[in-house]
Write a protein that binds this ligand. Structure first.
Ligand code: SF4
Ligand code: SF4
Length: 334
């Protein structure tokens, strides 16, 4: 097992990735390439370099430090930060991510994404918030990226958290060997399982991978004792149709009682800056965020099958409301 893996963030007091207040451990590296990804910095499994145009004063110190001639010469700061400027500080084709430029930038305009951490270093951070986990029913969520892309490390992390009495979740795209998922699920109180599309060709077109393995793993996991929350990122033009959610609600209802909840996660574009800092094009740059209230009509499709359903995935959701709506509708659960 690797002693350390790259972490992009240890996000504290997260409220949308499992119950209560949670510390989200974002592991770097993912086999999928979802076009709408809200965390583009977690896809590659190597350290990456952010250049933050807003903080750059064009002092030129990084140009001197770069051994690969991968820094473009400074221009007037007003020109580089002007609306519509296409100036880029880093020539990504030449850059080998040695990070020598980061040390000389005293304006914090250059930053390394991906910090190698050991299990004990992560757990020391996670454990600091144990009082908040106890009062809120929260804990640690191992996310990414994709936890199953680091099978031995993520499993050892989950085991260590359980040893320390901490509630655990994994947030997975399900695209892995089932035995890896099953073993991690045994040390997870809840598996947050992402479902993106039921149509394999559409899944392939937008994520780079067919969904056959994902659906097979979800169905196999439903045959174990694991509690599962299914999370559907609702993306404009991809899976935001009434037809899709009608089919998805029928499919999930057929999976059986271990699915404890469905979360519809509306597309947003708060991540624009991350794409800009990595100099990556984002095909959803001009796409408006989905108003969460628009998804309530879809959420009701799931509720009509007896599935507790939220819009947004809050860990503090008043699930009594959802249960009440099922009772009012008079439709029995599966
Ligand atoms: S060292 Fe920092 S502030 Fe100076 S030009 Fe490079 S990125 Fe900009
Ligand atoms: S990371 Fe290294 S190669 Fe890339 S721009 Fe900075 S100094 Fe140059």
């Amino acid at each position: 097992m690797k002693e350390r893996v790259l972490i992009t963030d240890l996000a504290k007091f997260s409220v949308n990735d499992g119950p209560g207040f949670r510390t989200n451990v974002f592991l770097k590296g993912c086999p999928l390439k979802c076009e709408w990804c809200h965390n583009p910095e977690t896809i590659a499994d190597n350290p990456e370099l952010y250049w933050k145009k807003r903080l750059c004063v064009q002092c030129g110190a990084c140009l001197e430090a770069c051994p690969k001639d991968a820094i473009n010469p400074p221009i007037e700061p007003e020109l580089s930060s002007s609306e519509g400027s296409t100036y880029q500080k880093i020539n990504r084709a030449k850059c080998d991510n040695c990070m020598k430029c980061v040390d000389v930038c005293i304006y914090d305009a250059l930053e390394v994404v991906g910090k190698a951490m050991s299990i004990s270093e992560i757990m020391d951070e996670v454990e600091q918030d144990k009082p908040f986990y106890i009062t809120s029913g929260g804990g640690m969520t191992v996310s990414g990226g994709e936890p199953t892309a680091h099978p031995a490390f993520a499993l050892a992390l989950l085991k260590e958290a359980k040893k320390r009495g901490i509630h655990t979740c994994i947030d997975t795209n399900g695209c892995c060997d089932f035995n890896v998922l099953k073993e991690m699920a045994e040390y997870s109180d809840i598996v947050l399982f992402d479902l993106k599309h039921l149509d394999s060709a559409k899944h392939l077109a937008k994520t780079g991978i067919r969904n056959d393995l994902v659906l097979k793993n979800l169905e196999l996991l439903c045959g174990t004792d694991s509690d599962i929350w299914i999370r559907i990122p609702v993306v404009p033009g991809f899976n935001d149709s009434f037809e899709f959610h009608t089919q998805a609600s029928l499919y999930i209802a057929s999976l059986g009682g271990h699915v404890k909840r469905v979360d519809l996660i509306p597309f947003h574009n708060y991540c624009q800056n991350k794409y800009a800092w990595l100099d990556k094009d984002w095909s959803y740059r001009e796409t408006d965020a989905i108003d969460p209230s628009f998804l309530e009509i879809y959420a009701d499709l799931y509720r009509q099958h007896g599935l507790v359903t939220t819009v947004g995935g809050s860990g503090f959701e008043n699930i009594g409301t959802a249960k009440l709506s099922q009772e009012v509708s008079g439709i029995q659960g599966h």
